[in-house]
Design a protein around this ligand. Structure first.
Ligand SMILES: [Zn+2]
Length: 254
């Protein structure tokens, strides 16, 4: 695969980075990322990854765009209200970068459909808003040795964690949260109950996109084995070690 003149022009500012170069750009163009949730996190994740040339991007979301989404879900415009989120998001990405493959999955991710949807993607980014989906994606990525980059936001706070299940010693979500919280109760992820200020979604989503590129290129030190906790009011960034628990489900899977 040779980069075209147009690709060299489009991606020139990242190609000149020594750690990316033409070889790295080709890796980016060959990579595929599935984004679960076209919301506050999914918006910046999708925009950045499409812009920098991820070869194939899938977006999973069953909801339609609501007016209350527009304060933070920056991939959507007022005219998208009532449209399918996954389709509206893909249509926006086509305008940003018409040269990449895009696929909308207008459905909820379930134990029945996750393999069919996710198997063709190298890396999964979780921008969902409920624990049921988070645990489902964690267990799928663990069983299928995929890289998972997860983010969560609430009020003025956010967290990012990366699990690289290609590595033997990667912890998993269950090492961090052993028992799945009950989604019937308003949980800390739920913007509807808790509220959210838009830019924290931009900060966390941008970090998830950045981690994804680092994993694809194999550059830098990724978050695997740590949780990044951001308090946007105090503006503190804390990186906390997350060890693999010896009694966790992930040990049985190895
Ligand atoms: Zn675990």
């Amino acid at each position: 695969m040779k980069l075209t003149k147009k690709q060299i022009d489009r991606y020139s500012r990242q190609i000149i980075l020594k750690k990316v170069g033409a070889i790295g750009q080709k890796k980016i163009l060959k990579s595929s990322v599935l984004i679960v949730g076209a919301g506050g996190l999914g918006s910046p994740i999708a925009i950045y990854l499409a812009a920098l040339g991820i070869g194939k991007i899938g977006i999973v979301d069953k909801d339609n765009v609501e007016i209350s989404n527009l304060s933070r879900q920056i991939i959507f415009e007022t005219e998208d209200i009532s449209k399918s989120k996954s389709t509206a998001a893909i249509n926006k990405l086509k305008k940003i970068n018409p040269e990449i493959k895009l696929k909308a999955f207008n459905k909820n991710l379930t134990i029945v459909n996750i393999n069919q949807i996710a198997k063709k993607f190298d890396l999964i980014i979780d921008g969902s808003d409920n624990f049921r989906t988070r645990f489902l994606i964690n267990d799928y990525c663990l069983s299928n040795k995929k890289i998972l980059i997860s983010g969560a936001i609430s009020k003025f706070d956010g967290q990012v964690y990366t699990f690289n299940f290609l590595k033997k010693n990667s912890p998993c979500l269950r090492c961090f949260i052993p028992k799945m919280p009950d989604d019937n109760e308003p949980d800390t992820d739920n913007c509807e109950y808790e509220g959210i200020l838009g830019p924290i979604a931009g900060i966390i989503g941008s970090i998830q996109a950045n981690e994804a590129v680092k994993e694809i290129l194999g550059i830098g030190k990724t978050l695997c084995g740590y949780i990044l906790i951001i308090d946007a009011l105090k503006l503190t960034f804390r990186k906390v070690k997350l060890n693999k628990r010896s009694d966790c489900y992930c040990n049985e899977k190895k």
